[in-house]
Write a protein that binds this ligand. Sequence first.
Ligand SMILES: C[S@@+](CC[C@H](N)C(=O)[O-])C[C@H]1O[C@@H](n2cnc3c(N)ncnc32)[C@H](O)[C@@H]1O
Length: 286
Amino acid sequence: MKPADTAPTTFREFEHRAWQSVVKLYEDYFGALTAQCIEPLLDAVAVKAGDAVLDIATGPGYIAAAAAKRGAKVTGLDFSSAMIAEAYALHPGITFREGDAGNLPFPDASFDVVVIGFGILHFPDPDRALREAFRVLRSGGRFGLSVWTGPDKAAGFGIVMRAVEKHGSTDAKLPPGPPFFRFSNVEECGHAIAAAGFSEVTITENPQTWRFPSAAAFFDGISASTVRTAALLHAQTPANLAKIRAEVERETLLYSRAGGKIELPMPALVARANKTLTEPGAVRAV
Ligand SMILES: C[S@@+](CC[C@H](N)C(=O)[O-])C[C@H]1O[C@@H](n2cnc3c(N)ncnc32)[C@H](O)[C@@H]1O
C-alpha cells in the first residue's frame, strides 16, 4: 500500500484524496452557491413525486434532499466515503451509496431521472460517466447536469486563473485529467451528451452569485475548498503566491457591494436531455 504522503499517480486518485478531506470546507464555501442551481436542475428534468432519481456526485446530498422533498424516490451516489457519511448525517431518510460515476452499481434502466450536479468536471472519463448515466436510465427517462460557465463568465475562477497566469505557473504537476472547462462550452457540452446516446439536448444558463464578507475571505475560500484550483495555488512559490493573492484581492474588490461585501457572478450551465429509444421493430408514426 502506498503511504498517504506520496503524490497521487492518477487523476481519479488525486480527486478522491481531495474530496475525502474537503467535506466541511466544501459545505462552508460552495454550499450556498451550488444550492442556487438545485431547483433549476430539478425543474429542467421535471422531477416529480414517485420518480426514481439518481443523484450522481451527490456530495453532501443537497440535490438528493431537494428531489426527496418533491416526493421522488432518491438515491445519492458519490465515490467519497466522507461525502457519503456527511450526506447520511444531514439527510438520514435518503439512500446514499458509495460508487464511481464511471461504473455505476445499478442495473440497466433503473431510474426515471439521473442528475449530475457540478460533478462532470471532476471525473477522469466524463464520456464514460455520460454513457453510464444513459445505461441506468429507463427508456423515456430524463438526464440533467449542471456545470460552471467558463472563466470569462464565472468570475471566481476567472480572477484566479488570470492572476496565476500573470504571476505564477499554470503547471501544478497534477496527474493528467480532462480540461477543467470542457463542459463550460455549450457546443462541446451538448455534443458530449448527444454522443452518449441522448436526444433533445437543451442547455440554459443559470445566473448565480458567490457571496463573501471580504476579498480576503474569497481567496481563503477558493484556496481551501476547491480541488484543482487549490492544487494550482498550492503549487506556487511563496513569493509568487503572495503576488497572486494580492492580485486576486485587488480584482475581487471590483465586485464589492455596500458594506464591503463581495458578490461574484458564478453562472452555471444547466443541460437536460432525454433517453428516447425506438423499440426494435417499432414503426415511427410520420
Ligand atoms: C463539486 S462536488 C458536487 C456536490 C453536489 N452535487 C453539489 O451540487 O454541490 C463534486 C462531487 O463529485 C464527487 N466525485 C468526484 N469524482 C467522482 C467519481 N468519479 N464518481 C463519483 N463521485 C465523484 C466528489 O466526491 C464530490 O462530492
